[in-house]
Design a protein around this ligand. Structure first.
Ligand SMILES: Cc1cc2nc3c(=O)[nH]c(=O)nc-3n(C[C@H](O)[C@H](O)[C@H](O)COP(=O)(O)OP(=O)(O)OC[C@H]3O[C@@H](n4cnc5c(N)ncnc54)[C@H](O)[C@@H]3O)c2cc1C
Length: 415
């Protein structure tokens, strides 16, 4: 703390929970917040007071919840940690939930499940609700449910300076749903529509393609791409290709192997899923198949992503189609460092919203993402970006300014 920030810190400490210089936990470990002071809000009045005090001192405020989407760490000023604001109140009659802005999807799933309801959540339950919604929110059943923001009724927002208001229409509502908040604007809660928890079916089709550091056969990737071409809206799927390192804590059948997973959900009974999946099951000799009735509280098993904080960077391209040469490149170039994830869009996620928003990707057919780990002592960021670009350059981004999806851009800005 410098002498110039001492009065700010002293005034904050007198009125709100000042918890130290940095937050306790951050999913992205490749970047670190370096604020002058951190406030961990225990209730909305703490947010209001923090913004009011910060405005008087002209201090910038950076918001932190989980750190999954951290790109611009605080370099001074106030870090406002919302991680303790996690209350979720479900109204089963109106099928809505009022969700505090520090809640994760796991919190919402847990609160909604006893009412037979589920939220439009994504692949990882540990992702924060608010940050996810700001990018539109590409859910596990997006082709059936639409984008998650299609279900937002209202945001509760504190403005820079400390005024709390509810936003449920107009330009600001549209901006928050797709582009996100402006600097200094803090969302404290969201009112969100919930969906029927059943019938719901899902899981993963898994195929080990070979050694992580050797080119693989692209045919199973192409089989998935071909299968997606004429699907109805009640089936949503995505592909991930993960080159697992030779690490002793991994299961032996994954160690050093390149593993293809097709994550699938069907908003219908298992018989419907079986009928839809029959051509894909016939096209590839899958090593594992976990598609079965899906408990909304167990949706993490659809993509089975590791829930371990780490340093990663990456990007996500919106594309009109999956060129065979691109899939070939994914199969032959991925690894041993980079992970590829492709989500099938369209269906309800391709339709115009009932209320205007700023979501990117409604007119795209797929979202192709590539992620690479990096670290000062392991992989320089420039090398990790080269891995990401090596994968993404096999695909043709949409020929407009919306080629890349902001929610799937991770890590530090390019040097
Ligand atoms: C493992 C993993 C899986 C993912 N899966 C999906 C998926 O299936 N679908 C999908 O659409 N996206 C997915 N994402 C992307 C994710 O939605 C974004 O990274 C999102 O920004 C994460 O939000 P967060 O609150 O968890 O992270 P944070 O890094 O804490 O926040 C992200 C940004 O939002 C700001 N912010 C957060 N809360 C507030 C608030 N209340 N008020 C003002 N500003 C705020 C933060 O300052 C930061 O700039 C995934 C990301 C990861 C790492």
């Amino acid at each position: 703390m410098t002498t110039t920030t001492q009065p700010l810190t002293a005034e904050l400490a007198a009125r709100v929970p000042v918890t130290g210089p940095t937050p306790q936990r951050c999913f992205q470990t490749g970047l670190a917040h370096r604020p002058d002071v951190t406030v961990t809000a225990a209730a909305v009045p703490d947010v209001v007071a923090t913004l009011e005090i910060a405005a008087r001192y002209g201090a910038p405020v950076t918001v932190h919840t989980t750190g999954h989407g951290l790109r611009e760490p605080a370099g001074g000023g106030v870090l406002l940690d919302l991680g303790r604001l996690r209350r979720v109140e479900v109204d089963a009659t109106t099928r809505t939930a009022r969700i505090d802005a520090g809640a994760t999807w796991a919190d919402v799933v847990t609160a909604a499940a006893p009412h037979g309801l589920r939220p439009p959540s994504g692949s990882a339950p540990s992702v924060g609700v608010a940050g996810y919604l700001f990018g539109g929110g590409l859910g596990l059943a997006a082709r059936s449910d639409g984008w998650a923001v299609d279900h937002v009724h209202a945001f509760e927002v504190v403005d820079a300076g400390g005024t709390l208001r509810s936003v449920s229409g107009g330009e600001r509502f549209a901006r928050l749903r797709g582009t996100g908040p402006e600097p200094g604007e803090v969302v404290t809660a969201v009112v969100l529509g919930l969906l029927p928890g059943a019938p719901f079916t899902g899981g993963g089709l898994v195929r080990v393609l070979g050694a992580a550091d050797e080119p693989a056969d692209p045919a199973p990737l192409q089989a998935w791409a071909d299968w997606t071409v004429d699907l109805p809206d009640d089936v949503t799927s995505g592909l991930s290709l993960v080159p697992y390192p030779e690490l002793p804590f991994l299961p032996p059948h994954l160690r050093g192997r390149r593993v293809l997973r097709i994550g699938v959900t069907v908003t219908g009974p298992v018989e419907r899923a079986d009928a839809l999946l029959a051509p894909l099951r016939a096209a590839v000799a899958w090593d594992d198949d976990t598609v079965a009735p899906l408990d909304p509280a167990g949706t993490a098993r659809v993509y089975d992503e590791p829930d371990v904080p780490h340093a990663y960077l990456g990007d996500g391209l919106l594309v009109d189609g999956l060129e065979p040469a691109g899939l070939d490149r994914v199969a032959t170039r991925t690894g041993p460092m980079a992970v590829t994830g492709i989500r099938h869009l369209g269906g309800a996620a391709g339709r115009a919203p009932a209320v205007p928003d700023t979501v990117r990707g409604r007119d795209a057919a797929y979202l192709v993402g590539a992620l690479a780990p990096f670290g000062a002592d392991t992989v320089p960021a420039a090398d990790a970006w080269a891995e990401v670009d090596g994968i993404l350059s096999g695909f043709t981004a949409r020929a407009n300014a919306q080629g890349s999806h902001p929610a799937f851009r991770f890590g530090p800005a390019r040097g």
